[in-house]
Design a protein around this ligand. Structure first.
Ligand code: NZQ
Ligand code: ZN
Length: 389
């Protein structure tokens, strides 16, 4: 097994009893000036917005509303200004991954005098400066942003969607599964596909010696495979929502990725789709994942795909290639059963005119031709996009 270091200080408060009892004290521990960051209308519609404001009515709250899915750099610029003008002590992010990601970068931008896009393109700068503590109330199970160091920000002018790392994961994360009861079926499905993709990206890796990670990932995959369809059909099933929430966090809080050696493949390919067409991240991944698997299956990767078939999809037999092919079919059929779009035309991408440009950017940004589990050239990336039509 390879050497690693692991430190994650996020204080997780899981369940539906924590927010009312603890939110106020958690925030005031950092100070009186709070920047409340949220997305569109969902938290107002569900009553969460009013509930949160009531709990912290004696604190100085500045609001930044309107963080969009695939959060845009302009929101970060607004947040930077508000955080500085109001001398914010702590950021409260209420929402899904987009809101939490935006909060993390605003937390760094509050200590930066230049344009925050510079922090996104050069993450190293974020480690040289401070970061405001981020407290979040998660409302959607998907990204793992609630317990990791990542954030993904879009700049529509270029257009570019870029992942960035930072010095801190959220200080405190309130994970209340009941807050996800209102997530629509399509968004629940997209979140589940995102979780599954995070697990695939870390599972399909050439470091074969970390058997602990492999076994944990298989258990997490089985969890999302089992509970996601239930959450889609029964939005108020507590156990389905709770298992989905915790598996999302566990899939990308760093633990199961320890000791992996390859860069991710499907995420860089998807980030190009979101950057150019602003589609839902999880749906882009669901479309690309089976097509990437078909590309990636070869004689070298066959044993791992066969293990995936046996351990995750309960397939039995002696012919590894048959098992491997079966696992790809099962993956496709499970993603499809979640009832979201499964081809690029389904999400409105009907011509291939941008594929060359997207392939080029994905290969460079994701180091796909050198560092991926199965190297992907520009030509290969174009093929994966075309196979997704
Ligand atoms: O904006 P509102 O009105 O809140 O509606 C949101 C949004 O339209 C809605 N929603 C959230 N909670 C809800 C709800 N609707 C009803 N009830 C609720 N309880 O869902 C929509 C999508 O929200 P968003 O935050 O965009 O979704 P998600 O959590 O999937 O985040 C996606 C973003 O995270 C990035 C993605 O690229 C994308 O930009 N990622 C972040 C990662 C990380 N930080 O580690 C890793 C991921 O791979 C991913 O790239
Ligand atoms: Zn993702």
């Amino acid at each position: 097994m390879l050497d690693f270091t692991f430190k994650n200080t996020t204080d997780v408060r899981f369940g539906n009893d924590h927010i009312d009892a603890e939110l106020h004290d958690v925030l005031s521990h950092y100070g009186q000036n709070v920047l409340l960051v949220y997305g569109g209308h969902s938290i107002k519609k569900s009553g969460l917005y009013e509930r949160v404001l009531n709990l912290i009515s004696d604190l100085n709250v500045t609001e930044l509303a309107g963080i969009e899915p695939n959060p845009k750099i302009d929101s970060i610029r607004q947040g930077q200004k508000l955080a500085k003008d109001s001398q914010v002590d702590v950021i409260l992010a209420v929402g899904g991954g987009s809101v939490i990601d935006a909060a993390k970068v605003i937390g760094s931008a509050a200590f930066y005098d230049g344009d925050p896009w510079e922090l996104v393109v050069d993450s190293a700068k974020r480690y040289e400066i401070d970061q405001l503590p981020v407290v979040d109330i998660l409302t959607l199970s998907a990204t793992g942003s609630e317990m990791n160091f990542g954030a993904v920000i879009s700049n529509p002018d270029i257009p570019l969607k870029k992942g960035t790392g930072g010095p801190n994961s959220p200080a405190v994360s309130f994970l209340d599964p009941t807050l996800t009861y209102t997530v629509p079926a399509r968004q629940t499905a997209a979140g589940a596909s995102d979780i599954f993709s995070h697990l695939c990206e870390q599972y399909f890796d050439n470091n074969a010696s970390n058997d602990i990670s492999r076994n944990m990932i298989e258990g997490l995959m089985r969890t999302v495979i089992y509970w996601a369809p239930i959450a889609v059909k029964e939005p108020e099933n507590y156990d389905a929502r709770a298992n989905l929430m915790w598996v999302a966090t566990m899939a990308l809080n760093g633990i199961v990725g320890l000791g992996t050696i390859n860069s991710w493949t499907v995420h860089p390919l998807e980030h190009e789709l979101s950057a150019h067409y602003d589609i839902t991240h999880g749906i882009g991944l669901a479309i690309l994942t089976p097509r990437w698997m078909e590309f990636a299956l070869n004689t070298n990767t066959k044993p791992l795909f066969a293990r995936f078939a046996r351990a995750v999809w309960d397939q039995y037999g002696y012919d590894d290639m048959e098992l491997a092919e079966n696992s790809i079919r099962r993956t496709h059929d499970w993603l499809k059963s979640l009832n979201h779009e499964m081809t690029l035309p389904d999400v409105g991408i009907t011509d291939d005119s941008k594929f060359e440009e997207m392939a080029k950017a994905a290969v460079v940004d994701g180091k796909l031709s050198t560092d991926a589990y199965v190297p992907v050239t520009e030509k290969d990336a174009i093929r994966i996009y075309k196979d997704s039509m």
